[in-house]
Design a protein around this ligand. Structure first.
Ligand code: ACO
Length: 447
């Protein structure tokens, strides 16, 4: 297996841009990607001129060249390694998609079989690792446990702490991370809900085994419907990568210091936790439940949004400014899954009504605010029976292959340097130090 793909080429540079600065002009190379997206290469700017660029939130900053995922936010396109997300969601499995992301090509059948066997081999946690769970308080957040346990995995695999990895050791590390993360997540859920843990079942597929560890009980084995398995697999595929988002950039940032793959991925889990990123799927359900219980109409909510009194969770995206293709697929998946349930979900009705009003309202149209992937993923997870506190953990399970792929790509990037952004300092200029008993200025009110 190789990490290079025949269908991709390095970014090219034949044109230049001229930057006019006070008293001078500077020529900067223009870089063009395989899908014709353009960038001005400013690597030499500070050396040539003393200027840096300022871009809080990095909306206009390309931190790297990458061959993994392509997004066209205006057209609502998402591709992994050149394959449309719609095709992968309909025709691929999560395990196959993971191999595609990590190695660059759709894997041959025997590679998938070998990787599945390796995933099965890695399902169990070292018994000492099980004891770590006892150290967490009973209501500790499962995202905190997940991040800590992923980092702890590194202690049990010292041979994989060296960032000098080849394709074979990556195969091993990926199987450990992808497999153990399911066991850790399910154990965290069982322990925080006061239930006996269910050990993995090597006879089951990736998704079925996870559902078994989550929902089987000593007296009743859980048998998911095919629709539940399909919805989970689709959820994981759609969350598997999303180029340089907050958590993936965190993984790359940590990896740039040559930190090992466990430490880097564990940092990605922490970054994903926030409600503006992976935590949004939880926030959506909490918001819909609040609307449902409070009895406010979706119209009133939309008015509150316009008055800036309410942020509609699951709406808006830094990159998608037309529609989020993942939201489209998951909306249909949510409908299919709920059609198999005897009880309709009132939250789905509220979600649809909110989306319909918002999608025809000028406030939303002008700001290009559309439902994002989290708007429907929460409804799917709820229908599967996943508790809200585990939603962001589910997102993490899906994102593991993407984080590993980016960590590995960074490691092989000849342009790799430690990530170290600069800043524009706006604090006080140099001041004379005054000893404590001579100070007359009011101290900050901290006590
Ligand atoms: N509800 C209401 N108004 C919004 C929303 C929203 N969800 N998102 C953006 N806006 C408004 C802002 O108030 C702002 O209006 P203004 O121009 O009148 O000031 C305008 O749209 C632009 O918003 P920004 O905050 O500048 O957009 P940004 O690109 O920085 O933020 C983000 C993107 C964080 C996703 C934002 O849309 C948001 O908070 N959404 C809700 C949380 C969410 O769903 N996050 C999941 C993202 S997907 C993912 O991570 C998997």
């Amino acid at each position: 297996m190789s990490t290079s793909t025949s269908a991709s080429q390095p970014a090219t540079s034949s044109k230049t841009a001229t930057l006019k600065l006070p008293g001078e002009e500077i020529e900067l190379p223009i870089i063009t990607g395989t899908e014709d997206e353009q960038a001005i290469d400013i690597q030499a700017l500070r050396d040539q001129s003393g200027f840096i660029t300022l871009d809080p939130g990095y909306s206009n900053t390309g931190a790297c060249e990458s061959k993994i995922t392509f997004i066209d936010g205006e057209k609502g396109i998402l591709r992994y390694r050149g394959y449309d997300i719609e095709d992968l969601a309909a025709k691929s499995t999560f395990v196959e998609t993971a191999l595609l992301l990590m190695y660059g090509e759709l894997p041959a059948g025997e590679t998938v079989t070998r990787f599945r066997e390796k995933l099965t081999d890695q399902q169990l946690l070292h018994e000492n690792m099980r004891n770590h769970f006892e150290g967490f308080p009973p209501h500790g957040h499962p995202m905190a446990m997940l991040s800590a346990m992923i980092n702890a995995c590194g202690c049990y695999h010292p041979e994989l702490l060296d960032p000098d990895m080849d394709d074979q050791s990556l195969f091993h590390a990926a199987a450990i991370l992808m497999s153990k993360v399911c066991t850790i997540a399910a154990f965290a859920y069982k322990m925080t809900s006061g239930q006996r843990v269910e050990y993995p079942d090597p006879s089951l597929s990736y998704c079925r085994n996870f559902l078994h560890m989550m929902f089987s009980k000593p007296h009743r084995r859980y048998e998911p419907t095919p629709q539940v398995v399909k919805a989970l697999s689709r959820f994981l595929i759609l969350h598997a990568d999303h180029e340089q988002n907050c958590s993936t950039s965190t993984v790359r940032m940590v990896g740039s210091s040559r930190a090992n793959v466990f430490a880097s991925v564990s940092a990605g889990v922490c970054a994903l936790w926030g409600p503006l990123h992976g935590g949004a799927n939880m926030a959506v359900i909490e918001m819909l439940e609040q609307i449902h219980k409070g009895g406010e109409s979706p119209k009133t909510i939309v008015e509150k949004v316009k008055q800036k009194k309410f942020r509609l969770m699951g709406f808006g995206h830094r990159v998608y400014k037309n529609f989020d293709p993942r939201a489209k697929i998951l909306e249909q998946t949510a409908r299919d899954l709920l059609a198999t349930k005897s009880e309709p979900d009132p939250l789905l009705d509220i979600a649809h009504e909110l989306a319909e009003i918002a999608l025809t309202d000028d406030y939303f149209l002008q700001r290009k605010l559309y439902p994002n992937v989290d708007f429907y993923s929460g409804i799917i997870l709820r229908a599967i029976g996943i508790p809200v506190s585990m939603f962001t953990v589910m997102f993490s399970i899906g994102r593991i292959p993407g984080w590993i792929a980016h960590w590995y790509e960074l490691y092989h990037d000849p342009q790799r340097r430690i990530c170290r952004p600069r800043q524009i300092y706006t604090g006080p200029r140099r001041r004379e130090f005054v000893p404590v008993d001579e100070r007359r200025t009011a101290a900050p009110k901290v006590c």
